[in-house]
Design a protein around this ligand. Structure first.
Ligand code: EPZ
Length: 435
């Protein structure tokens, strides 16, 4: 267990001395549903560019418990063979450790006719209900009951059936999960008011290449013609798309701490709004085909970035997962910025720690903060509250003067691959030490 480890970071005290290039890993949030989709296949499926992070290991462990054969190499390639799937009971203690465990329920229900699972755990960013998932299963004819602390969902005798599922809000993982459930259904399932994140489109493309019939990809309505229970067949390996959230975090770090920083192996198409937000602050961003360069950022004397308001929104809006890192940047620009968190109910809790570091931030409402900049940050002892805020703490610690110690880095390890190695390679003084 990594919980005893911590990061020691020596801050730059505002200097922009980082430089070089940093490569982005495969997307955690695309890799997780893609691996879960192996349940829809009758034989082995191979996935490439899978980040070596805790959440992926947890999902592999859940798949193995269900009877799948999971083979993983050191280079980010995983083969999953579910031909001998034996159980539809998602391991309770593992599932409680990460929210994405719920993604398995859709494929399991449609293949096995029943699924049993505990309410998923995850980051402390507010209530994470699963009512949209349950309403979708019921619309497809399934019955939902609870047994102790577990949910038991049972498909109708002939399998999940065609219907319209109206999402009361566009949940990302509910879109992925119900889309996967619908792939093996009988009839046509229309999912209305779904999320449109690129991870969903990548998953849908992969399923279509393997025999699924999903239309409307990239729009708020997905129409899925079920296979009547016929399992999918893998025709080629699936490569996870680049992690846009890791890329966005490095862009923000570059804006704050580098003269020139190149973020490679990314897809700038998925980052249009974060890039526009950085440009609105005056950050010199140059966009290439698979790279983003923060260029000549420290070379201009007295460069002072301008304030900009951000409001998180479902894709293609500003991602909630980049809200905390962006707030660190806004604490360093001149003027007042308003940050509005529209997706999660408790995603500004980290601001109190930035204030302890010297930032001037008023959280005026659970969904709204006013950031007054620029302020000088000082190194502090910090406890990472969740995955994305944890990375924001690392960025703040790099900006600050003096040393910071960041605890609870197991949150960060859930989603960022070899983060300290990548940061060291561009000049950050960071060490992982046993607490
Ligand atoms: C996905 O979570 C991501 N996780 C999150 O990233 C990301 O922050 C989030 O989407 C928003 O972009 C994965 O892809 C594995 P939602 P998800 O359901 O799907 C409410 C990370 O660090 N809601 O789109 O769980 C919910 O409470 C993580 O990588 C219901 O009310 O998010 C939230 O307010 C953190 N009922 C809103 O919808 C439901 O049944 C959007 O959440 C489902 C969701």
């Amino acid at each position: 267990m990594k919980s005893g480890e911590l990061f020691r970071v020596q801050g730059l005290g505002g200097a922009k001395t980082l430089s070089g290039s940093v490569a982005v890993s495969g997307s955690k949030n695309e890799a997780l549903p893609a691996l879960a989709s192996a349940v829809l296949f009758g034989g082995p499926v191979t996935f490439r560019n899978i980040p070596r992070i805790t959440d992926i290991r947890q999902l592999n462990s859940l798949l193995s418990d269900l009877g799948a054969r999971v083979m993983m190499d050191d280079g980010g390639t995983i083969t999953v063979d579910t031909s001998k799937l034996a159980s539809a009971h998602v391991n309770e203690s593992t599932a409680r450790k990460f929210r994405a465990s719920v993604i398995l329920t859709g494929p399991l229900l449609s293949r096995m006719g029943e699924v049993r699972f505990a309410p998923p755990g995850g980051c402390l960013i507010g209530k994470r209900p699963i009512d949209v998932f349950l309403a979708g299963y019921e619309a497809m004819g399934a019955t939902v009951r609870t047994d102790g602390e577990e949910f038991v969902i049972t498909a109708p005798r002939g399998g999940l059936k065609g219907c319209d599922v109206i999402f009361r809000l566009p949940s990302v993982t509910a879109t992925e999960t119900l889309m996967m459930a619908a792939v093996l259904a009988h009839g046509i399932v229309r999912l209305v008011n779904v999320a449109m994140e690129p991870e969903i489109g990548a998953l849908a493309d992969f399923l279509n290449e393997s025999g699924a019939d999903i239309r409307g990809i990239g729009t708020p309505v997905l129409t899925i013609r079920g296979t009547d229970g016929t399992l999918l067949v893998s025709k080629k390996e699936h490569t996870a798309i680049p992690d846009r959230l890791e890329a966005g975090s490095f862009m923000i770090l570059g804006a704050l701490c580098a003269d020139t920083l190149t973020v490679t192996d990314c897809d700038p198409e998925h980052l249009k709004v974060p890039i526009a937000s950085l440009c609105a602050c005056g950050v010199p961003v140059v966009v290439g085909k698979k790279r983003i360069v923060i260029s000549g950022n420290g070379g201009i004397p007295n460069r002072s970035f301008a304030a900009a308001n951000i409001r998180t929104h479902e894709y293609p809006g500003f991602p909630t997962d980049l809200q905390a890192p962006m707030t660190v940047l806004l604490s360093q620009v001149s003027g007042e910025s308003i940050v509005e968190e529209m997706i999660f109910e408790s995603r500004l809790g980290y601001a109190a720690d930035l204030v302890r570091m010297g930032a001037d931030i008023d959280v005026v409402h659970p969904h709204k903060a006013i950031v007054h900049g620029p302020s000088k940050l000082r190194g502090r002892e910090l406890y990472s509250p969740d995955l994305r805020a944890g990375l924001a703490y690392i960025i703040a610690a790099i900006v600050a003067k003096g040393e910071s110690v960041i605890h609870n880095i197991y949150h960060i390890d859930r989603g960022y691959e070899r983060v300290e190695e990548k940061l060291k390679s561009i000049g950050v003084d960071i060490e992982r030490v046993r607490g």
